[in-house]
Design a protein around this ligand. Sequence first.
Ligand code: HSE
Length: 322
Amino acid sequence: MKAPLRLGLAGLGTVGAEVARQIITEQDTLAAQAGRAISIVAVSARTKGKNRGVEIDAPWVDNPADIVMRPGIDAVVELMGGADGIALDVARATLTAGKPLITANKAMLAAHWGELFDMSARYHAPIMFEASVCGGIPIIKVLREGLAGNRITRIEGILNGTCNYILSTMDATGRDLDDVLKEAQAKGYAEADPTFDVDGWDAAHKLTILAKLAFDPRITTDAITVSGIRKITSDDLKKARAAGMTIRLVGRAEKGADGLKLSVAAVHLPLEHPLAAVGGAMNAVSIKADPVDICTLIGPGAGAGPTASAVLSDIIDIARKI
Ligand code: HSE
C-alpha cells in the first residue's frame, strides 16, 4: 500500500469537525476506497480550545495559513469560509507551495477564481471544490466529467438549502421566516452570516461556479440579478398554494438568442413542477444540454454530513492521484 495521504485541516466548524470525525472513525473504509490511509497531521481554526465533539490527534497550528508549511503535508483542506481574509491566505499559501487545495468555499472561488486557478496552473497544484456547490450532490464532477462532451444551454435549480428549508417549512406550517431561519441555523444549514442565505448571495456564488464550468470561466457574480427570500411571508405562500403554486428560491443560467441570462430569485412554481416537490434542505440542479437533453440531480444540499461527503470525495480523488 502507498504511504498515507497526510492532510492539514484548516477550519473546524460544522463541516470541518464532521470531516475530521469521518476520517477518524471511518479510516478503514476510506483507506480501502483511496488505496492508502488518510490521516490528519495538522489542524487549525480561527479559535483554539473549543469543544468540537471530536478528538483529533494532530498538532495545532496557530496561523491557518502556515499549515501547509508543516513537515510532510501532502494537501490542505480549507473549511474556514469567507471570500477573503484567512481562507484566501490558506488557499494562496497552499497553491504557491504546489500542494492540492480541497475547499468548500464558494464565496472565495466566486470572487477569486482567476487568481486561484492561475496559481493552480503555475504551481501544478489542483483545486478540488465538490463541496462548494449543492453539498452532497456531486454536481461539479457531473459538469467536469460526466457531461464534459455536451453543449449546455441551461442550468436551473435550488442551490440554497437554508432558503429551501425556510420556504418549504413556512409553506407546510405557516410559521414566520425568522423563526424557521433560527431552526435552519441550529441544524447547521446556514452560513456563518445567514444574510448570505436569505438575500440570495450564497445561491449566487454557487451559480457563478456552475456558470463558469458550464459556459465561461470569465463569468462573475456581478452578472447575476440577485434577490432573496427576505420579503416572502407565510401569507404569500398560502396565497400561492391556493392558486396551485409554491415559492422557491431558484438559480438560473440560460443561453438564449440574446446571450446568457443569470438570475437568483424567489419564483412561483406550479405544484406539479419538479422543483416544487423539493423540500427541506434538499437541493436540485437541472441541466439542459446537447446531446444528453435534461438531467436532474436531487440530494441534500447543506449540513455537516452532505458537505463532508463531498469533501471526502475530493480527498479520495487526491489520494488516488498524487
Ligand atoms: N448555507 C448553505 C445552504 C450551506 O444553506 O445551502 C451549503 O452550501
